[in-house]
Design a protein around this ligand. Structure first.
Ligand SMILES: CC(C)(COP(=O)(O)OP(=O)(O)OC[C@H]1O[C@@H](n2cnc3c(N)ncnc32)[C@H](O)[C@@H]1OP(=O)(O)O)[C@@H](O)C(=O)NCCC(=O)NCCS
Length: 225
């Protein structure tokens, strides 16, 4: 359940989200999977690949990737990835794994040459389940696993306009009592844009915003285990 003490920090939310959150806190509406008891966090399996792909596709501004890409993550990076399934909803993996609908996904890995870093690639939460702490729960879940033992830093990249994502990671930094340093990482030109402003004028959907590196740490994960 959401922590009522966190309510003041959410004043910047839209009215619709705020109303949804209040309804959820009263426990009146569970049809959207907002009850944390219905949300099961676990490692992904290949049967989740299509559901993850669909969730990411509907989670703008995330870049959609091929289902094949998510199948590889499920197969080879499951230890550092997390899915949240709503067990009250029948999901795409039901025939094979008896799973509920995938309403949350986090992909991460340990960069081979930076042994104390956990890199978070994509985090997606189904629109009906947002603002109830699920993204932070998934981050905590990944950081509690043996697969992240020894990590002292968490890195991710965020585009400047993605306010919810910035809020999520700065909130995590506070929780970990760690610094959060922001620096340049991937520019628009790295994504193939020669003139971002011209690209935008020609086609507002074209181009890709720059991505800034958010580096959180150092922190001590043993305190969380
Ligand atoms: C970003 C995203 C994953 C957040 O998921 P979520 O489950 O709603 O996030 P949480 O409820 O765990 O919130 C975590 C913190 O971020 C804040 N936050 C989240 N969304 C917010 C919003 N729209 N406006 C203001 N603050 C917000 C919360 O208040 C909370 O802060 P707190 O811990 O200080 O109270 C979700 O909005 C999403 O899927 N967006 C589309 C995809 C995306 O942009 N992914 C991130 C890039 S990798």
């Amino acid at each position: 359940m959401p922590n009522p003490e966190q309510a003041p920090t959410r004043i910047t939310m839209g009215a619709e989200e705020l109303i949804g959150r209040i309804r959820g806190r009263r426990g009146g509406s569970m049809k959207d999977g907002r009850d944390s008891g219905r949300l099961k966090l676990r490692k992904p399996c290949v049967e989740d690949g299509a559901g993850i792909s669909a969730l990411v596709e509907s989670s703008k501004p995330l870049d959609p990737n091929s289902t094949y890409c998510y199948l590889l993550l499920c197969r080879d990076f499951a230890e550092t990835c997390v899915v949240a399934e709503d067990v009250a909803k029948v999901g795409t993996a039901d025939e094979t794994g008896g799973a509920g609908e995938i309403v949350g996904f986090l992909s991460g890995y340990r960069p081979p040459e930076r042994g104390d870093v956990f890199f978070v690639w994509q985090v997606a939460v189904d629109a009906d389940t947002r603002n109830f702490g699920l993204a932070k729960r998934m981050l905590r879940e990944a950081l509690k696993r043996p697969s992240t033992r020894g990590c002292r830093f968490l890195e991710t990249t965020i585009s400047p306009s993605n306010e919810p994502s910035k809020r999520l990671f700065t909130s995590l930094a506070r929780e970990l009592q760690a610094r959060c340093e922001v620096s340049a990482c991937f520019s628009e030109s790295h994504f193939g844009s020669r003139d971002p402003e011209e690209d935008q004028r020609a086609d507002p959907k074209a181009g890709h915003e720059a991505e800034y590196l958010f580096r959180i740490g150092p922190f001590d994960l043993e305190r969380m285990r």
